[in-house]
Write a protein that binds this ligand. Structure first.
Ligand SMILES: NC(=O)c1ccc[n+]([C@@H]2O[C@H](COP(=O)([O-])OP(=O)(O)OC[C@H]3O[C@@H](n4cnc5c(N)ncnc54)[C@H](OP(=O)(O)O)[C@@H]3O)[C@@H](O)[C@H]2O)c1
Length: 309
């Protein structure tokens, strides 16, 4: 099904199911990634109308942007909505966050080079730093927007207070933050704020790194970033799997699978216009697009809500 939605008050029109690409060349996050398989994931997304691609400098680092950029060049640039992020600064062995105008401007130039494109559709400040006033940081992105280097402005991992400061002049189009059925903090203050201000909220880890897909059991083990994730440890892992099991009958009644009702549930939340599940295989991309055929009734929305509330 072809469906498009506008991100907040920006000009960006995207498929409500996009693609997170931290497993495309994200060698620092996942061991043994095959780069060609990653590029195939991106190609499959674009060819199936999943036009919204989410990458970042730190995935790799640099490599995800490079690989995504290589694939984007195979298609018409205007058919793709490309989002990337910056703020990580390497200082010897250490990584710090930097939101200073000069650092952000240089980061955008570097991302443009790696993506091999003339403009970035959505540029996010990936993490807040401690020093830079947030409206000043966003002011730097506004200048880049006026110069045509970026088309819209995003922030990520900002608190509501930081977002308010960042959005003092009304320039923020999108915020990306962690949100999924296990992590619902954003419902308290963030989603009401973004809904009121016309800012789009893009939830990351929508599957809680795969846990909400419904394919793991208590014997599944992990050798990547999930090995230390509290959701995947001991008794908590078992309880979480039991909650995911309760989603199965709801999905079965609708003739779909667990990931589809999970993604559809987010799309019913205020100010969530699109989701960006990650994928390591082309089949996962195609499968996640089945979400577009799912309409949840009010009763189904509250049944899902109750399992995780
Ligand atoms: N702003 C930030 O700070 C931030 C932080 C984290 C992530 N992000 C963004 O958010 C995106 C999404 O997060 P994520 O990819 O880390 O986690 P996620 O979307 O919660 O989970 C993705 C994982 O779920 C599994 N999966 C996905 N679709 C599936 C399907 N249809 N069937 C079976 N398994 C499926 C795959 O894992 P397996 O194949 O290994 O099971 C996949 O790698 C990232 O790619 C990134 O772009 C942003």
């Amino acid at each position: 099904m072809e469906r498009k939605t506008r991100l907040g008050k920006s000009d960006l029109v995207v498929n409500p199911v996009g693609l997170g690409t931290n497993a495309v060349g994200g060698h620092n996050l996942y061991p043994n990634l095959d780069e060609e398989a990653g590029k195939d994931v991106v190609r499959t997304a674009i060819e199936h109308g999943m036009n919204f691609l989410d990458t970042a400098f730190i995935y790799g680092p640099e490599r995800s942007e490079e690989l995504v950029g290589q694939v984007v060049r195979e298609y018409k640039r205007e058919d793709i909505v490309l989002a990337t992020k910056g703020a990580h600064q390497f200082k010897g062995e250490d990584v710090v966050f930097n939101n200073s105008p000069s650092f952000l401007k240089q980061s955008v130039e570097d991302s443009l080079q790696r993506l091999r494109t003339d403009y970035i559709d959505l540029y996010y400040i990936h993490f807040p730093d401690e020093d830079t006033p947030k409206d000043e940081a966003v002011g730097a992105l506004k200048e880049l927007k006026d110069e045509g280097k970026i088309r819209s402005i995003g922030v990520s991992n900002f608190s509501v207070e930081q977002l308010e400061e960042a959005n003092k002049d009304g320039y923020v189009d999108v915020i990306q933050g962690e949100y999924n059925l296990f992590k619902r903090e954003a419902e308290k203050e963030m989603l009401p704020y973004t809904a009121e201000k016309g800012i789009s909220f893009v939830p990351y880890f929508p599957f809680a790194s795969g846990l909400l897909v419904g394919k793991y059991d208590e014997n599944t083990t992990f050798d990547d970033l999930r090995a230390k994730n509290p959701l995947f440890q001991g008794e908590a892992f078992k309880q979480n799997l039991a909650k995911v099991d309760q989603l199965r009958p709801i999905a079965e009644e609708k003739g779909v699978e667990v990931p589809h009702i999970v993604l559809a549930w987010y799309l019913n939340q205020p100010s969530i216009d699109t989701v960006i599940p990650g994928a390591k295989r082309t089949q996962q991309v195609i499968d996640n697009l089945k979400t577009l055929d799912v309409d949840l009734s009010d009763d189904e929305i509250s049944r899902i809500d109750n399992i995780f509330s």
